[in-house]
Design a binder for this molecule. Structure first.
Ligand code: A2R
Length: 317
């Protein structure tokens, strides 16, 4: 089987490649840009094939599809950070929506008929009312960030291409996920890195934080990539599935958990630059549709994810 992973140099893409290599019998192709940081895939570089491609460039996406002839595509490439989307809304919308459009058009104009997993997000739900949790796939989408809007666009495009052209797209709406290699701009990883830096006396014992009240539903990235694989094996094309643990922690609780793995004494300081113009207060998902379709259930407790992440930063620093 030939699998193409867009975004293979990223957090989820690199874990997915690890998982598929372990499964065996799969040829793995990934795209990279000339300025991609390939640190996350350094350990597997001789076991995968990388092709240069920017998903915003339709002709290079065309070439990749014609060259690889994939049986499955995991479309993970994206401007993935919510906070950046406020500063770069046009880039977020164009990378995420136009990138997917380029991929679908390339598949449509080729002889390949791959199953395509599209990485949607819980951010699509945005404003969620008290009586709407745990959130089901049928919940109204009220995105509260340019990133959320871009993911709604990706989601709708997948639906339309599945219905109009029979593209075998499955949309996964993953809730928060974390683990080793998570980019330092993401909250859990950022706290873990700050703690590791304080332990190594690289900075003053002060942790800078944004909104600590927000509640999020966390899953380990290693469980998430298994779910993405199952989505391509067992889910219905043109359908959308929540992927989440079904329980949630406030960001304050996450910070306390991380601090519990360390002996440092710290001061907590609010940093206004980490606050968003509008924030989603609670994202707690209902994963029953996906679990029923695939038999998946998350196996790694969040305490383990948090501990592995802090150890990752200790080693990296
Ligand atoms: O920045 P790079 O060159 O290392 O590649 C990133 C890739 N990417 C692109 N690839 C091709 N053309 C582009 N214009 C382009 N822009 C970004 O997407 C990297 O390999 C990946 C993003 O990785 P992370 O930021 O670590 O995101 P993560 O957490 O792995 O998210 C995967 C998917 C995304 O669709 C998120 O929006 C969703 O899951 O949550």
């Amino acid at each position: 089987m030939r699998v193409l992973i867009t975004g293979i140099t990223g957090f989820v893409g690199s874990h997915l490649a690890d998982y598929l290599l372990e499964k065996g019998d799969i040829e793995i192709y990934g795209i990279e840009r000339w300025r991609s940081n390939t640190e996350n895939i350094e350990h597997i570089k001789d076991r995968i094939k990388l092709i240069e491609c920017d998903i915003r460039d339709s002709s290079s996406v065309d070439k990749v599809i014609k060259q690889v002839k994939p049986d499955k595509i995991f479309h993970l490439a994206a401007q993935s950070f919510v906070l950046s989307s406020w500063h770069a809304p046009a880039e977020t919308l164009s990378t995420n929506i136009m990138g997917e459009l380029n991929l679908f058009e390339a598949v449509r104009n080729s002889d390949s008929d791959p199953v395509i997993q599209i990485a949607g997000s819980s951010e699509e739900y945005g404003l969620v009312k008290e009586d709407e949790t745990p959130i089901k796939e049928t919940n109204q989408l009220r995105p509260l960030s340019p990133y959320g809007v871009s993911k709604v666009g990706q989601d709708m495009l997948a639906y339309q291409y599945a219905r109009s052209y029979g593209i075998k797209a499955v949309v996964t709406r993953a809730f928060n996920h974390s683990g080793p290699r998570r980019g330092e701009v993401f909250v859990v990883s950022n706290f873990a890195k700050q703690i590791a830096e304080i332990e190594k006396k690289k900075t003053d014992p002060v942790i800078r934080v944004g909104n600590l009240e927000a509640k999020r539903d966390f899953t380990d990235v290693r469980d998430i990539v298994k779910a993405y694989w199952l989505a391509t094996e067992k889910c219905e094309y043109g359908e959308v599935y929540n992927i989440c643990s079904g329980s949630c922690y406030s960001i304050q609780e996450v910070l306390d958990m991380l601090l519990g793995f360390s002996k440092v004494k710290v001061e907590i300081k609010k940093d206004p630059s980490r606050m968003r113009p509008s924030d989603v207060q609670i994202l707690l998902g209902d994963n029953s549709k996906f679990c029923k379709a695939t038999g998946w259930k998350p196996e790694i407790p969040f305490e383990k994810t948090a501990e592995d992440l802090i150890n990752y930063w200790r080693e990296k620093l």
